[in-house]
Design a protein around this ligand. Structure first.
Ligand SMILES: [Zn+2]
Length: 339
């Protein structure tokens, strides 16, 4: 695996008035990266500054955190040139490693804005070392630590300052080495950047991880179309492939989240969760569904949510219509018949 540990610094609008803000909310001003080989050896380094084209004034937050001044950036090269050199340096089929989920989104948005080829036209698989740290050293689900916390946790020597692209990539690589020494299995928990959804059915993502399954759908014209697809409603057990018996059918909680509870004869309780993501180009929605085998405690949480929603609907028929309409997309999911 050609692993590239990467960190970006970016700048943003100081006024929010530029017409480009929606297309490129964050403009990359520095790329730092190291090549990570077997056993955590750093075999090559990359570090370059980028001369910004959209946001020519440094945002307060950026100059405070990153300690970069515009005069310095003016000496950098264009994003087109730096990114071309960067991808050449990466070599074939790089797998990117980041600290947290933001960097890949920002690369994709910048590539698109400057009319360059994307990392992938759809979701991008990458390794989020921040998530891996949580899986190997903490609860694995909710807790997320900053990079310096992880550096301290492993007693890594802090020999260069934080918050510059190269140094953060360098520390991320050192932390990753320690994480994998502690539990090499966590590398299986690949993340997906979903800035751009799968273009069609063929490119949908379906991944079975050690403790759950994830499915990223193509784009549907709206929620109803998404829920008409039996693949959206399906709750097959990811270990044996058998249909799970439905205990609580899909119900909505808030505007974008849906849950259900099933039971596999062989493997037990199965919790389903859907997050409905709106998208433009093409206009519509796509589904990220996770199915996870859970214990009684997690199943009870789903049941509690379901009862809360049901009670709410019973007593608030005016504010929370039982019938789901285009204006009230949080209404119940149309009756799903079996799968
Ligand atoms: Zn099963």
């Amino acid at each position: 695996m050609n692993m590239i540990v990467i960190d970006l610094e970016w700048n943003q609008s100081s006024t929010g008035s530029e017409p480009e803000t929606a297309l490129i909310p964050f403009e990359i001003i520095e790329i730092g990266a190291v090549k990570y080989s077997e056993g955590g050896l750093i075999v090559s380094e990359f570090s370059e500054l980028i001369k910004p084209r959209v946001y020519r004034k440094m945002h307060n937050y950026t100059s405070k955190l990153v300690h970069l001044q515009m005069e310095e950036l003016e000496k950098g090269d264009t994003f087109e040139n730096v990114s071309r050199r960067f991808f050449e340096w990466c070599g074939p089929d790089p797998v990117f490693v980041t600290w947290g989920p933001g960097d890949i989104t920002v690369i994709q948005q910048n590539l698109k804005f400057f009319g360059l080829p994307l990392l992938s036209e759809g979701p991008v698989a990458y390794i989020d070392a921040q998530k891996l740290f949580s899986l190997a050293c903490e609860d694995g689900t909710k807790t997320r630590r900053n990079l310096e916390y992880a550096v301290d946790h492993f007693g890594i020597e802090k020999d260069i300052p934080f918050h510059r692209a190269f140094s953060d990539a360098y520390y991320t690589a050192l932390v990753l080495k320690h994480i994998l020494e502690k539990d090499e299995e966590v590398i299986k928990f690949v993340s997906y950047d979903i800035t751009y959804p799968p273009s069609d059915k063929e490119h949908e993502i379906s991944m079975v991880f050690p403790t759950y399954e994830k499915w990223i759908s193509r784009v549907y014209k709206d929620r109803d179309a998404a829920f008409k697809d039996k693949d959206t409603l399906s709750t097959r057990c990811y270990l044996c492939g058998k249909k799970a018996r439905r205990k609580i059918r899909w119900f909505s909680m808030g505007d974008r989240k849906y849950y259900c509870l099933g039971e596999c004869e062989e493997h037990g309780l199965l919790k389903g969760k859907i997050i409905m993501h709106p998208c433009t180009l093409p206009e519509g929605v796509f589904v990220v569904k996770t199915l996870r085998l859970v214990g009684e405690k997690d199943a009870a949480v789903v049941e509690k949510k379901f009862n809360k929603v049901r009670e709410y609907r019973k007593h608030n028929t005016s504010g929370f219509p039982a019938k789901r309409t285009a204006k009230n997309p949080s209404g119940p999911v149309p009756e799903d018949k079996g799968e």
